[in-house]
Design a protein around this ligand. Structure first.
Ligand SMILES: [Zn+2]
Length: 268
């Protein structure tokens, strides 16, 4: 597995790609001033461990507990003696080996359990400081890191793409909308995304995602109020089928995007 490196204003991004059944997924880890942001999946250990071993890593922040972000955390803790930070709601999830569906094990590999520590509101390196912004929606423990001086937002899986047509069963579109509004109230320009890499014009991209999700949310609400079921709304708004829906055995599906919006309507 060949790693690809990108450099921007002192941030090193390391990209690795995994291909399974014709589906290609990229994943990045980032290193800035001794701070490692996410650790990559265990499947890529033979590529990533040499990178970790030769770089000066002094702190580790995990944007959330998913195995493509935390797969090397146990190795890093054991070998470098660094206890990774994660949002307090993610700590218990890292202490046990996760029960992952087959397709996630195939893509990323599983994750060894490890003991993280709770993130403080501010993470400081020698040269930079990063505000921690809790941004649930993709995962309950998801955070973004903001450096105001340089206008960087390390966004984990908050962005990934601007127009998602499906979601995972564990995601929530209304939560994502609230998190997107929260970060868009801050000043930043560069979006540093765990799957799309370093993106300039980051605010424009996140605003496009927010506008899109608000529009979908409005359409789902109107159709639900007309009496359509979740399945009927899904087929009206998202008639297509992507290989990922089948491969994930519909853990990733437009159904969950619609369902997360309806769930919140039912609650209010
Ligand atoms: Zn994730």
């Amino acid at each position: 597995m060949l790693l690809k490196f990108i450099e921007h204003e002192g941030i090193t991004g390391v990209r690795a790609a995994v291909t399974r059944v014709g589906i290609n997924l990229n994943v990045y880890v980032f290193l800035v001033d001794g701070l490692l942001i996410d650790t990559g999946p265990s499947r890529l250990k033979h590529s990533l461990i040499p990178f970790f071993a030769e770089r000066p890593i002094r702190q580790i922040v995990l944007t959330h507990h998913h195995e493509d972000h935390t797969g090397q955390a146990a190795w890093l803790k054991q070998s470098l003696g660094i206890t990774p930070y994660i949002h307090e709601s993610g700590i218990a999830l890292c202490q046990n080996r996760p029960h992952l569906p087959l397709y996630r094990r195939l893509f990323w590999g599983s994750r060894e359990p490890f003991q993280p520590q709770p993130l403080p509101p501010l993470v400081e390196t020698e040269r930079f400081s990063f505000e921690v912004i809790h941004t649930p929606g993709h995962a309950d423990d998801h955070v973004a890191l903001l450096n105001r001086e340089h206008g960087w937002l390390f966004s984990g899986d908050l962005f990934v793409m601007s127009h998602p047509k499906s979601m995972f069963a564990f995601e929530s579109a209304p939560e994502l909308i609230r998190s997107l509004r929260k970060v868009l109230a801050c000043d930043f320009s560069t979006l540093i995304c765990s799957h799309a890499g370093i993106l300039f014009d980051g605010k424009k991209l996140l605003r496009a995602k927010l506008n899109y999700l608000e529009e979908i949310s409005g359409q789902v609400t109107a159709l639900y109020q007309q009496g359509l079921s979740i399945k009927q709304i899904q087929h009206r708004l998202f008639p297509g089928l992507h290989p990922m829906h089948v491969f994930s055995r519909f853990e990733n599906s437009p159904y969950h995007l619609v369902h997360s919006i309806v769930r919140e309507l039912d609650r209010t």
